[in-house]
Design a protein around this ligand. Structure first.
Ligand code: ADP
Ligand code: MG
Length: 463
């Protein structure tokens, strides 16, 4: 295969997996060779290698084939540090990690560590990796958090986690801190909210202890700042945060940041900070899907049952809740707690009827009043296509994809049936609608641009 062909394949991949995924995962790959139907690539780190192998081998293969390259398998490895007689891809399974960055792992400290506790926020003992349920929407965030929790050499800095409220950002950060406390008690780990960061900073200014403040923050090995969007528009806090951030990164210390949106989208945050925040691994926690919600409900019910073995829930109740309460995990947990309390109060099995009765307020809140027509209008606007095209017969991708997005939103935001939705899409058959919905569900997992579009539209429509 020529470089040209690979270049073309890359162009196609960019479209197939979305710009974000492409830049983060595909662009850094180096094509090594293509022999016996095996396309071999090298990735810069073991983490990337694992992630790409698991999630992008399929799209890479299919785009290769579409470009006429006969490939049966994709093999991704990490460059071996010892040269192996000129061939770099000797190993089928990557075993040698990427060269560690400048800072060695266990560097002896120059000065004895101060005994005073770090002024962080208390950790919630329930927020552990064990209690975190992994699904498609949070898989990458979880994997990256796990990686940081090992406390090994820094592979990406910062780790930037973002997503809507109640999707598990704080949970993951606490989980990292818990794990590090056990596995690497030698490391100084500090978790705090951006608000607390500001509070400390202002207090230090007031008490003329800014040198102590700086020294303390620069002595940390792993710094985690939650809800960083809070410092937007607060100029001197931003400035100090930026210096702290840079000082730690320069020393090869790990930083984990969370926010409610991507770095580039935080208003009133300085450009240079945005760009520093984007230069590590930026991962979004997608809105929950049905499987994840059900997984969370089941896990929490099991945990609850082990304490209260008398609790009985009729089959189908958890599925019902997972279907109907879709906003975020915090609200889902609230609903479940309410169910348990209700169940223990009446001392009977929680049936579907009882669940409906007990959760009627929560269910009403998540009941959607949005119409299919409104969805179509907003989607057409967002993708800049004509409304008449969106419901019309044209099959161009530039129209067909937005149409499928609209179908998907119509199904998930309204209570309309598939045939009913079909009628509102120019009299299409319900199987066409179903196909469109499936397609979007499938793409959403790999195409983060699409996932973002959908989330944005959903928020617009529900507001
Ligand atoms: P965020 O910081 O993103 O607003 P949190 O981390 O505070 O959200 O999560 C809200 C609640 O939902 C917490 O009680 C948390 O334990 C729970 N939660 C979120 N995601 C998960 C998950 N994947 N598995 C189990 N619990 C979760
Ligand atoms: Mg939070």
């Amino acid at each position: 295969m020529t470089d040209d062909t690979w270049g073309q394949v890359c162009n196609e991949l960019q479209k197939a997996v979305g710009q974000n995924n492409y830049t983060t995962w595909i662009a850094p790959l180096e094509l090594i060779d293509l022999e016996d139907g095996i396309a071999s690539f090298q990735a810069p780190t073991k983490f990337m290698c694992d992630w790409v192998s698991r999630n992008f081998a399929e799209p890479i293969l299919s785009e290769l084939r579409r470009a006429g390259v006969s490939a049966e398998r994709v093999n991704i490895s990490v460059p071996s540090r010892r040269p192996m007689n000129g061939t770099a891809n000797g190993a089928t399974r990557p075993t040698v990690p990427a060269p560690a960055p400048a800072a060695p792992v266990a560097k002896p400290r120059k000065t004895p560590r101060p005994d005073e506790p770090l002024p962080g926020a208390p950790l919630d003992s329930r927020f552990t990796f064990d209690s975190f349920v992994v699904g498609k929407p949070n898989e990458l965030a979880h994997a990256a958090a796990k990686r940081v929790a090992e406390g090994g050499p820094v592979t990406f800095n910062p780790l930037f986690l973002y997503g809507g409220v109640g999707l598990g950002k704080t949970h993951l950060m606490h989980a990292i801190a818990h794990d590090l406390q056990h596995q690497r008690p030698d490391l100084r780990v500090l978790y705090l909210s951006a608000e607390q960061f500001m509070y400390r900073f202002v207090q230090a200014l007031r008490e003329k202890q800014i040198m102590d403040f700086k020294e303390m923050f620069r002595s940390i090995d792993v710094l985690m700042v939650d809800d960083v969007q809070f410092i937007a528009g607060k100029d001197s806090t931003q400035e100090e945060f930026f210096h702290t951030f840079n000082a730690l990164v320069d020393q090869g210390k790990q930083i984990v940041i969370s926010a409610d949106r991507a770095p580039g989208e935080i208003k009133d945050l300085e450009e240079r900070i945005k760009s520093r925040l984007s230069c590590g691994l930026v991962v979004d926690l997608h809105p929950t899907d049905y499987e994840l919600r059900l997984g969370i409900l089941q896990t929490k019910t099991e945990a609850y049952k082990s304490e209260y073995p008398d609790l009985k829930i009729a089959p189908g109740v958890l599925e019902f809740v997972a279907h109907r309460i879709t906003s975020n995990v915090r609200i889902l947990e609230g609903a479940l707690t309410r169910l348990f309390a209700y169940g223990s109060l009446i001392g009977r099995e929680i049936t579907m009827d009882l669940a409906q009765e007990c959760l009627k307020d929560q269910l009403r809140q998540s009941e959607r009043k949005v119409t299919v027509e409104e969805i179509q209008r907003k989607v057409a606007e967002h993708y800049n296509v004509r409304l008449s095209d969106l419901v019309g017969p044209k099959r161009l991708r530039a129209i067909a994809r937005p149409r499928q997005v609209a179908m998907f939103l119509a199904k998930s935001l309204t209570t309309r049936s598939l045939p009913d939705i079909g009628r509102r899409f120019g009299g299409r058959d319900h199987t066409t609608i179903m196909h469109g919905i499936r397609k979007i569900e499938e793409l959403r997992g790999t195409d983060s641009q699409l996932a973002e579009d959908i989330e944005l539209l959903r928020r617009l429509l529900e507001s």
